[in-house]
Design a protein around this ligand. Structure first.
Ligand code: T1G
Length: 700
């Protein structure tokens, strides 16, 4: 089957790309396009050319799997240069998502038409690169820099309507796209329309060319806090070239910027993550012919922060959901918070009043479990205490249909133990959301030892429908994310006792690219949560118990590890905390010492990597990249660092083993001893990426 075909519809040539699943611009597509446009361009019987795509979308970009391999001619820029020099009207017919090189190819045409549901964008920055086939130079000329800059620096697509408003698309086609595109082309021929290459259109950047300093205002209006990412910095200067240089010089700058970024670790990390996120939802030992159940109605138990957020996810996806609380007061409080959240989003322009009303209409509040009798899936989000969860599941067992899937939102507890309290173990699993549940993309789906394939497939399907990123994990205390975070927490507290101060530990974390350090995060979440868990488990922490005994729970009490003044959320180091830490060191018989940022950073990061290795050994995660997906989506791991396991391979496992052994010896922290898998891979000169996929081990 040819990936590019050429046929004539009367005097209009139709060039069709057919390279499923997303018409990516692999080498054969580029060669086919070059050949087809040359032929149609030279054919005297052809008066106009339409470029369209088969399948579900217009070209969605370069083929990312080709990156890092020796480039094969023709390059995309050559193809686009050929297209834009055709001396007859060329029209791109867009449906689905014209992204990256796809949109850049369309910008090589004189005109673009699209169906109303189409989207266009230049998402390259999300892969740690920049548009490398003229997008940084053509899009500003077509749409103006005020529109092009935010599109390119955010990488977010825009609607066909928005594209029409900014001249990126020339017409929205109702009905059959190809017929509409051909009619548009014929109209241009009949009008004798002037053919201007996008590269030659300067009207929308004329003012900026004359006043290049105004470009700095556009940067200021569209740049967010950069935590060490290279691509936005390089891309900004390449875009500046669009108004300070000639087109060809600007193109040269784009090429240089692209080549610099594409070989960098940050782009490798983001490309790794792109595929990792898609792999995470694939379960090799789940039978191929299993079908997910359709969830026409969901139920949520608990209208607290988590229950409310989970409920919103279903309403946002148009799925009716019943939220059940124990009392009217608690229920109304929860529903009030949901409404307030939607009102805030509406105020920010995220949704309309009609959207708000529709979503609220999909949410039914109740204090009667029997209202869940027709639910297909019920998720409990009650207190993190096993007896309470078991009581809820016992009730659900009675009021729901035997085929209803019951999920627990537990963050740590044993899902198999919960399942065992029901008579439907195969229909019980964990769906661990992250707070705020209506915002955070990560969903850890906890596969119990007897969870059925159908229940698992349904949870994965629901995750996609409610716009979450599913990762399948096994049963252990804290599953993947929280278990590794606990390892980091042990190190963070140990570093305080050994001589570091909270602000030094947090600085090492944000210096790595995290939005927040462990102690600022604890103050945000509330120190009392950990205090309650420690008391329930009979555990002690002199530093944090002392802070809590002083009523210092964190931001909510105006002080915790840090001090917060005048309602500000900015953490201020506090001598009260420092004194508590110094006393704790003394009581532990530890002689405090200055600790370098390098040691702090390595102990925090390497302790998580080490725990990740143990998680893989125990079969709690199927792939190292699944752990990366958890950390990027649930814990703020900077995506340009690829995730803990990808980062470990970049650093090199032998180095990590050596450092862990050294720090374990120096600190006496046994959990820093390298995991067996880590040591084995290091000894064999391998990385985590050399591991294949292994099914979640079903605990004995
Ligand atoms: N290259 C290779 N494979 C791709 C791909 C791509 N660009 N896009 C998707 N796939 C695979 C994906 O791995 C999955 O494979 C299947 O297609 C379906 O994808 C020169 C250099 C288009 C919005 O960044 O955003 O152009 O798992 O599950 O949810 O300047 O895919 O089935 O084996 O995501 O319907 C720029 C990336 C590239 C777009 C569809 N383009 N793709 O979403 O399906 S760089 C992008 C997407 C570039 C130029 C530069 C989404 C989608 P498998 P999917 P979806």
């Amino acid at each position: 089957m040819s990936v590019v075909s050429l046929r004539n519809e009367g005097d209009v040539a139709v060039i069709t790309v057919d390279n499923p699943p997303v018409n990516a611009l692999k080498h054969e597509v580029r060669a086919g396009l070059l050949d087809a446009f040359k032929k149609a361009g030279a054919d005297a019987n052809v008066k106009a050319i339409v470029l369209n795509c088969a399948g579900r979308t217009f070209i969605a970009g370069a083929d990312i799997t080709e990156f890092g391999k020796p480039p094969k001619e023709p390059g995309l820029s050559e193809v686009i240069a050929t297209i834009e020099n055709v001396q007859k009207p060329t029209v791109a017919a867009i449906h689905g998502t014209a992204l990256g090189g796809g949109l850049e190819t369309a910008l090589g045409c004189h005109f673009r038409v699209a169906v109303a549901t189409a989207k266009v964008g230049l998402p390259e920055i999300k892969l740690g690169i920049l548009p490398g086939a003229g997008g940084t130079q053509r899009l500003p000329r077509l749409a103006g820099m005020e529109k092009a800059f935010p599109m390119i620096i955010s990488g977010d697509p825009i609607s066909a309507k928005d594209a029409l408003a900014h001249g990126i698309v020339d017409e929205i086609i109702d009905g059959d796209l190809l017929a509409g595109a051909i009619a548009f082309a014929k109209k241009k021929v009949a009008e004798g329309a002037k053919l201007v290459r996008v590269r030659d259109r300067e009207e929308k950047i004329a003012d900026l060319k004359a006043n290049p300093d105004k470009f700095n205002d556009i940067i200021a209006a569209n740049s967010k806090k950069n935590r060490g990412e290279e691509a936005p910095v390089v891309t900004t200067e390449v875009l500046r070239g669009a108004i300070t240089k000639s087109f060809d010089e600007g193109l040269k700058g784009e090429r240089e910027g692209f080549m610099k970024l594409v070989v960098g670790d940050q782009s490798k990390a983001k490309r790794h993550y792109f595929f990792a996120e898609r792999e995470a939802a694939k379960v090799p030992d789940m039978s191929k012919d299993v079908k997910p159940k359709t969830v026409k109605k969901a139920g949520v138990i608990g209208a607290g922060t988590m229950g409310g957020g989970i409920t919103m996810n279903f309403a946002n996806a148009g799925i009716p959901v019943t939220i059940v609380e124990m009392t009217e007061e608690a229920l109304n409080r929860g529903l009030g918070i949901i409404r307030k959240n939607y009102e805030n989003t509406m105020r920010r322009g995220g949704i309309s009043q009609a959207d708000l009303d529709k979503r609220m209409s999909l949410i039914k509040g109740s204090t009667d479990f029997n209202d869940l009798s027709d639910a297909d899936l019920v998720i409990e989000a009650v207190f993190e205490e096993m007896p309470i969860k078991k009581e809820v599941f016992a009730k659900l067992e009675k009021v729901t249909r035997p085929d209803t899937i019951l999920a627990t939102n537990t963050s740590y507890l044993n899902v198999d133990e919960i399942a065992a309290t029901t008579g439907r173990v195969p229909n019980v699993l964990g769906m661990h959301f992250f707070s705020p549940a209506n915002v955070m993309k990560l969903l850890e789906i906890v596969r119990g030892k007897n969870t059925s394939d159908e229940a698992l497939a349904t949870a994965i399907d629901v995750a996609r429908k409610i716009n979450k990123v599913p990762t399948i994990v096994g049963v252990c205390h804290g599953f993947v994310g929280n278990r590794m975070l606990k390892a980091r927490g042990i190190e963070a507290e140990s570093l305080l006792l050994e001589g570091a101060l909270p602000q030094e530990v947090d600085a090492a974390t944000t210096g790595f690219g995290f939005p927040m350090g462990p102690f600022a995060m604890s103050d945000l979440a509330g120190l009392d949560i950990g205090w309650r868990i420690r008391k329930a488990m009979g555990q002690k922490s002199e530093i944090f118990d002392s802070l809590c005994e002083l009523g210092r729970y964190g931001q909510k009490t105006g002080s915790g590890v840090y001090r917060y003044e005048g309602g500000s959320r900015t953490p201020i180091p506090d001598e009260v905390t420092e004194q508590i830490i110094v006393n704790a060191s003394k009581n532990a018989g530890i002689k405090r010492r200055p600790i370098s940022q390098q040691e702090i950073g390595e102990r925090l990061i390497f302790s998580m990597i080490n725990e990740g290795a143990r998680i893989l050994e125990e079969g709690i995660a199927m792939r190292p990249s699944d752990i990366d997906v958890v950390y990027v989506n649930g814990y703020g791991w900077p995506v340009w660092q690829g995730g803990p396991m990808f980062y470990a391979d970049l650093v090199g496992l032998p180095y990590i083993v050596e450092k862990l052994e050294g720090y374990a010896k120096e600190s006496g922290n046994e959990h820093l001893q390298p995991a067996a898998l880590l040591k084995r891979l290091a000894a064999e000169g391998r990385g985590f990426s050399s591991l294949g996929v292994s099914p979640i081990k079903k605990a004995a």
